[in-house]
Each structure stands twice: as C-alpha cells, then as structure tokens.
Design a protein around this ligand. Structure first.
Ligand SMILES: *Cc1c(COP(=O)(O)O)cnc(C)c1O
Length: 436
C-alpha cells in the first residue's frame, strides 16, 4: 500500500525522481518496493514521519543532535536571529552572534590555550582549515619541509578531498587514492615512535579522533593514548590536530573528549553538535602562536587565503550560543552521568543476546557488533546491520549501522524510559532478523 508521501506528487515520489542521497546505493533507494521515510517533525528525542509514526532518534540524526529536536530555546534563538539578520559576509565584516560564540568557545578550554576561532560549515571543512593552517604555519616559520600529516588506520575525517585523504577506511578511500595527497598512515602510537628522524621532520601534524573512532566502527582507543600522543607531538615539533566533530559537546560524558586525558591540542575541529544539531556550522580553534605567524604586511603574503560564503553565519552561531546556554541551564553534563551508567547496564544485559558480539561504549556513544555466532561475523555483503536497523523502525527506533556494528548515540536529553525503549527496540530487531 502506498503511503500518502509515496502517492502521486508526494515528497517521496519526487525524491525518488530527482534526488541523489549521500552514502546510498540509489538503485535500492529508487526500487519500486522502497517507500522512503519522510521525516516531518522532531520533538525532543522523537522524530515523526509523514504517517504520524513516532521514532526515537537513536543516532541523533547522524550524530548531530544534542538537546533534542525543536528545543524551544534554540528555536527562539534562530527565529529572533532570522528576523534580524540571517546572513552577511564574514569577509570584511563581523556579526554579534559569531563574536559572542567565539568568546564562549574559547572559554571552554584552559585560559590562553585555544584562543582563535575560524568558522566554516561542516566537519570536513573544519578539518581542511586545520590542515591548511598547519602547512602554512610551517612555511611561514621556516620549516616548509613539514608539509605532511600522519593519520590512523580506520580514521574518518570527512569527505572533501583533503579531509578524505586523511581517512583510513578502504571502502571510502581506495577509489580516490590517485587524487589523495600523501598521508602517513599509522596503526597506533608505536608506529609513530618507530618513525625515522627524516620522516618525523616531514610532518606538520598528527590527526586523530580522540577516545573513539566513529565511522571506523566506534572503536575505542586505549586509555592514556591521547596523553602519550600529545607528548610525542611535543617532543617532535608536530602539531596535534583533534577531530572532535563527533565527540564534541558532551557526547563522551565531558564537553570534549580531550578533557578525559587533560590534553589540549594545537588545533581542534568542531562541527556536528556545535549548533545543537540544528544548523550547519563548524569551527576550527587554534593557538595564539599559530595565529601570530600569519600576521604581517599584506605584501608579505602571510594571509590565510581560505574561506567559505557562509563563514560565521549568524543563524548557525545564534543556535550554537543557545545550545551552550542550555548546557549551563539544564546542567546537561551532570544530568548525563547517570544515563551513561544506565546505558552501560542495559548494554551489558544486551550482550547476552546470542547474536550480540563485542559492545563498545564511550560516554553516550555505543557500538554493538552483531555476529552469526560468537566470534563469527556475518558476510558484510548480506547487510545484516542494515536489516536490523530497518527492523528497528518497526519497533520505534531510527538508527544507521556501520556495516555490522549497530550504533546507539541518542540525544543527551534522552530519558531513562526512552533509553530502555531504544535498547529494547534494538534487541527486538536483532531477534527478528538474526533468529530467523
Ligand atoms: C562526521 C565527521 C566528520 C565530517 O563532518 P561533516 O560535517 O559530515 O563534513 C569529520 N570527522 C568526524 C570524526 C566525523 O564524525
């Protein structure tokens, strides 16, 4: 039966005719049997489709949402800002929300550490900015040979060509290898420590997703690795570039993942949750030392020639300011701690399911491997993870797997009751698909 959305002239029908979706096999999407879900509303942790069905937002709308959908404070901030000024250029002008947000972001880090904020639009661009700043800094300070980056196996730093060059996921990577700039790929700290002096001296920076690699399958780094990496970078004159696009804004239980190990990077890339998950907005923060190297007479050509049309967008910055205010007013991080513990308990019970493999949790982020039998994965081509997530919809949960790893990363405002429902929906879906 066709839903209303799939009916003639409905959004799903039009979509199938004209849209090309990200990370999607469009032959499957456009197949006659596929009835795309049309999301029409969001309230708190719940998304509502065009048929009026409600679902828990199990992956925070691809890792972006923080305080729930349509949070009144963020809605008001966007409405008020839109009525005043939706956008003006950041090339040559400034605006109040962007300035105030920069001050707030800087204040989230220890004094006199990350003092400069460069705005862009998404996680990929936040990384691109850090790469260009790091390379140009080295040129400007007499070390032009430091122009390469080290990044980790299974890393994910975005899809634009520069950010993608850092990525270590073969399925996303291999096809474009000839276009990628050279990156030193390492599998851990030991590999860095074993580099010869010449290679170390060719590095501008090391890029890492702190504590947990997201798109690589919610893989946890050993405790202490980040602190050791900071020390290695300091010993070798290499910048530490943290990609907190996924882990930022409370997801790991602290505002930023690097705080778990008392580490301050030379660059940090923020995006996804920065605006509370409402507007595309990103920020790259760096130190006054880096910033100062770019100062000079115009004719010296030290300027950072980089920018996007929507840098410093007032709507995005107003929503981010509102999101940070909610963190304070609602004591979001304090409220989150018992929920993290509750998630741990629920997942440990989930682990007794015969088709549950390894379960990894970092703060309010969880990855659950599903297996045919203990230690025996499903063939990836069978898309078992995707089938389980499709089945979870029938039990009231939306999420998207990473191959055969189920992802549970709900908005931080999720209630205990909703958390139980979310884990219950995954359990029912796993039984539907795997016990058959
Ligand atoms: C999502 C993500 C990115 C890319 O962000 P986009 O906004 O999708 O460009 C980069 N790094 C990490 C760790 C991410 O999770």
């Amino acid at each position: 039966m066709l839903t209303e959305a799939m009916g003639k002239g409905g959004p799903a029908e039009i979509d199938k005719k004209h849209i090309w979706h990200p990370f999607t096999q469009m032959r499957d999407w456009c197949a006659p049997g596929h009835d795309p879900l049309v999301i029409t509303e969001g309230r708190g942790s719940v998304l509502i489709d065009s048929e009026g069905r409600e679902y828990l937002d199990g992956n925070s709308s691809i890792w972006t949402n923080i305080h729930g959908h349509s949070h009144p404070r963020i809605v008001r901030a966007i409405q008020e800002q839109a009525a005043k000024l939706a956008h003006s250029s950041f090339l040559g002008f400034t605006n109040e929300p962007a300035a105030r947000l920069a001050e707030k972001l800087v204040a989230l880090f220890p004094p006199q550490t990350l003092t400069r904020v460069f705005y862009s639009d998404d996680g990929s661009t936040a990384i691109e900015v850090a790469l260009k700043m790091a390379v140009q800094y080295n040129q400007l300070t007499g070390n032009p040979e430091r122009c390469r980056f080290a990044a980790f196996d299974r890393a994910y730093h975005g899809d634009t060509a520069g950010a993608a060059s850092l990525g270590g996921i073969a399925a996303f990577q291999d096809r474009f290898a000839p276009l990628s700039f050279p990156v030193l790929r390492v599998d851990g700290l030991a590999a860095l420590e074993n580099l010869d002096a010449a290679t170390r001296a060719s590095l501008a920076g090391v890029v890492i997703e702190p504590l947990v690699q997201g798109a690589g399958g919610m893989r946890l780094w050993p405790a202490g690795l980040l602190r050791e990496l900071r020390a290695w970078c300091d010993r070798n004159g290499v910048f530490l570039i943290l990609d907190e696009v996924m882990t930022g804004f409370g997801r790991t239980g602290k505002m930023f993942a690097c705080q778990h190990e008392g580490v301050v990077p030379d660059f940090i890339a923020l995006a996804k949750g920065l605006s509370g998950g409402t507007m595309p907005l990103a920020a790259t923060l760096t130190t006054e030392k880096v910033f100062a190297a770019f100062l000079g007479d115009y004719a010296e050509m030290k300027t950072l020639f980089y920018g996007h049309s929507y840098c410093g967008n007032p709507l995005g910055c107003a929503s981010a300011l509102a999101s940070l205010e909610i963190f304070e007013e609602e004591q979001t991080l304090a409220q989150l701690q018992p929920k993290i513990a509750r998630m741990r308990d629920l997942l440990s019970a989930f682990g007794r399911e015969p088709h549950a493999g390894e379960i990894r949790q970092c703060g309010f982020i969880a990855g659950i491997d599903i297996v045919r039998a203990p230690g025996v994965p499903y063939p990836w081509q069978e898309q078992t993870g995707a089938k389980v997530c499709l089945a979870a919809r029938r039990h009231g949960l939306l999420t998207r797997p990473i191959r055969d790893t189920l992802v549970l990363m709900p908005p931080l405002c999720l209630t205990d009751e909703e958390l139980e429902s979310a884990v219950g929906a995954l359990r029912s879906a796993l039984r539907d698909v795997c016990a058959a």
